[in-house]
Design a protein around this ligand. Structure first.
Ligand code: MN
Ligand code: MN
Length: 297
């Protein structure tokens, strides 16, 4: 390495540096897919925006005492997007399956929320899914589309069963979803539950919900945060969580066996970068908390 190695950086890498795939514990994959977005489109631009934010925030986690710089992360780039949603899900499934079978934790940067279905399909049917989202995403279909972002948890419930889904931050629902979830109960901590109880109580409730679960797929739909903090999302909903509360809840989730993570629904053109900064922080803190758990075992 000569002169160029000091003066050339690769700004597209998540957190600014990359281990080789062989050495990595965490594999980042961008999924710039937003074909079924209905209101504010453009989450295809989010993987780049999250990477850019991740390069420009500090990497040390005060919550865990771990520095993201010390983690072995490989940024594998972005998946090529296809026109058909079923083919897209299959492509995601193959990539996530390969990463997990190589003993690494995949970290998908969406894209819209429907990508989680591909990720969950890569894992065993005994996988629990922890879903941070303002919405239930339990419609059978939306605009005639069964693989819609608004139906993703319905499809996932068909795979792993509603009892293996834990939804957190719920506050925006429709009658069809309410009826479905009365017949097919998921575990749920609503935004109101969180607002009306002390955080320690909520953390304890969450811990009890997760204890004994074999493995967890963690998905964060960024609209779980209040639009004051994360305005650039596909379907913003008021009365949401604060970043502090979300990070505390994520820290608790990551005390359990999280084996895959995604973060979805950012539409970067709707703000000046705040939502992507929140996303980068969420991912950094989650990775550090997962790392701490892996070390402790
Ligand atoms: Mn969602
Ligand atoms: Mn949502």
């Amino acid at each position: 390495m000569g002169y160029a190695s000091f003066h050339v950086s690769r700004p597209s890498l998540f957190s600014g540096k990359s281990s080789s795939y062989e050495d990595a514990d965490y594999a980042v994959v961008g999924v710039p897919y937003d074909r079924t977005s209905t209101y504010r489109t453009g989450s295809r631009f989010a993987p780049s925006a999250i990477r850019e934010a991740s390069i420009n925030i500090e990497t040390y986690s005060m919550r865990t005492g771990i520095d993201v710089e010390d983690l072995r992360i490989c940024d594998m780039g972005d998946l090529n997007v296809t026109d058909t949603s079923s083919e897209m899900m299959e492509r995601i499934r193959l990539v996530v399956e390969e990463i997990v079978s190589d003993g690494k934790i995949p970290l998908m940067l969406g894209g819209e929320h429907s990508i989680s279905l591909g990720g969950v399909k890569a894992l065993g049917v005994d996988t629990s899914v922890v879903d941070f989202d303002a919405h239930m995403d339990l419609r059978n279909e939306y605009n005639g589309e069964q693989f819609s972002h608004a139906s993703v948890m319905r499809r996932i419930s068909e795979r792993v069963g509603p009892g293996q889904i834990v939804q957190i931050g719920t506050r925006a629902i429709c009658k069809e979803e309410l009826e479905f979830s009365e017949m097919n109960p998921c575990q749920r901590i609503t935004a109101l539950d969180i607002h009306r109880n002390p955080i320690d109580h909520t953390l304890e409730t969450l811990r009890k919900m997760l204890d004994g679960r074999r493995r967890i797929y963690l998905t964060v739909d960024m609209d779980v945060l209040d639009p004051a903090y994360a305005p650039a999302v596909g379907n913003p909903e008021a009365d949401g969580l604060s970043p502090n509360v979300l990070l505390s809840l994520l820290e608790e989730v990551c005390r359990h066996n999280v084996i895959a993570v995604d973060l979805t629904e950012i539409t970067p053109h709707y703000d000046t970068g705040a939502t992507s900064v929140q996303a980068a922080k969420i991912l950094f803190e989650s990775l550090c908390a997962i790392e701490r758990h892996r070390k402790d075992r």
